[in-house]
Design a protein around this ligand. Structure first.
Ligand SMILES: *[C@@H]1O[C@H](CO)[C@@H](O)[C@H](O)[C@H]1NC(C)=O
Length: 360
């Protein structure tokens, strides 16, 4: 074998081992039980399209507390709930329109100036009456800019479990007071493709129970039952940072356990973040399955794998920083990176080129 070929093969082996180790490390970090065949298929499918080409840095940060509640040893895997929802059916007689949707954006005082202007300039313009910002400070400037759509939850501004559950609890209660058919939660680092969201929702009947979103872990989460520590509970949850939606019918069923601040008590009891608490209430307490909608995207996914020809089909986008100079963003032509580091302006002009700030 020629020296050159040999070196090439050695290099390939190193790359393969490194990739495999990264995968193992990621799975280890998530402390999940070993996968069953069906889950392996789910994992394999994600690997094949490069979903976890590199473990996003923020997985650990965002779900740090999960490991606290996870069992030490790997227990026998649970029976997965009906994870894959039925495909969207033809729209019911009364199709969903924009005015039927309540969109809540979770933010915090220190992010108003950094994150809200981009949202207000882009997708908010397409859903001004439907979108509400849930924050933790009074901000007269943004109260004016959003036409009074800032809601001070009076929750703590820290990024801890209790504060996050407190905000989700207020979001849920404000939705219940509205007469909207759908509750959709997103974060302040999400871009929402508003017409696409409405179109996808109109494939589901809001008078039935629907929990629509996308998980960011590859197997259902397992926790110990605090009331009976011999028992394990397993459930899926939709990542809050990708956006998720609940039908009014489901929200009404959740009312007895989750309204009027009771959501916070459940979060405290199981000691898990807001989006995980939501999954616990819906999948475990109410036994209603999560329906996976692939078009929701959080910053836990590498954005660069979104194919340019599918941009208009996606419901949400996000962004994050891999490092000081490397960002996890959608790969899309458009504005210069210095003007549009998050790519949200470019996505917006691709989808809605008639906006005045878009190049002609
Ligand atoms: C927050 O506190 C203010 C002042 O006490 C009150 O008017 C407002 O209704 C509270 N907001 C929520 C969402 O409870």
């Amino acid at each position: 074998m020629s020296g050159r070929l040999k070196r090439g093969l050695q290099a390939l082996t190193v790359v393969a081992v490194a990739a495999y180790t990264t995968l193992l490390l990621y799975q280890g970090a998530a402390q999940l039980p070993p996968s069953r065949p069906s889950q392996q298929m789910f994992a394999a499918r994600q690997v094949s399209r490069g979903w976890q080409e590199r473990a996003p840095r923020s997985v650990g940060r965002d779900y740090d507390s999960l490991s606290l509640s996870l069992p030490e040893s790997a227990p026998p895997p649970p029976t997965p709930p009906t994870h894959r929802g039925p495909p969207p059916r033809p729209p019911p007689a009364a199709t969903t329109a924009l005015q039927d949707v309540f969109i809540s954006v979770k933010t915090t005082g220190s992010y108003h100036r950094a994150r809200l202007p981009l949202i207000l300039k882009t997708w908010f313009q397409l859903a001004k009456k439907q979108t509400w910002f849930f924050t933790d400070t009074d901000d007269p400037e943004f109260q004016l800019k959003t036409n009074g759509h800032m809601i001070n939850t009076n929750c703590s501004s820290s990024h801890n479990r209790k504060a996050l559950c407190c905000k989700m609890s207020v979001e849920f209660d404000v939705f219940l007071e509205s007469n909207k058919k759908w509750f959709c939660h997103v974060d302040d680092d999400n871009y929402v493709n508003v017409p696409r969201l409405v179109r996808v929702l109109s494939g589901y009947n809001p008078q039935q129970d629907w929990y629509l979103g996308k998980p960011s872990i590859r197997a259902p989460l397992e926790i110990l039952n605090r009331d009976n520590t011999a028992q394990k509970i397993s459930f899926w949850f939709a990542t809050g940072g990708a956006g998720f939606c609940l039908s009014r019918a489901l929200a009404l069923k959740m009312m007895p356990v989750a309204s009027g601040g009771k959501f916070i008590s459940i979060g405290e009891k199981i000691r898990l973040p807001d989006d995980v608490t939501m999954g616990y209430i819906i999948e475990h307490m109410l036994q209603k399955p999560l329906t996976v909608i692939e078009q929701f995207h959080s910053h836990l996914e590498p954005m660069k794998f979104l194919r340019p020809d599918t941009i208009q089909d996606q419901i949400t986008f996000s962004y994050s920083h891999y490092s000081k100079d490397e960002m996890n963003v959608v790969k899309i032509d458009g504005f210069d990176k210095r003007i549009d580091p998050t790519r949200f302006l470019s996505i917006h002009c691709f989808l809605f080129p008639y906006f005045s700030f878009c190049p002609r």
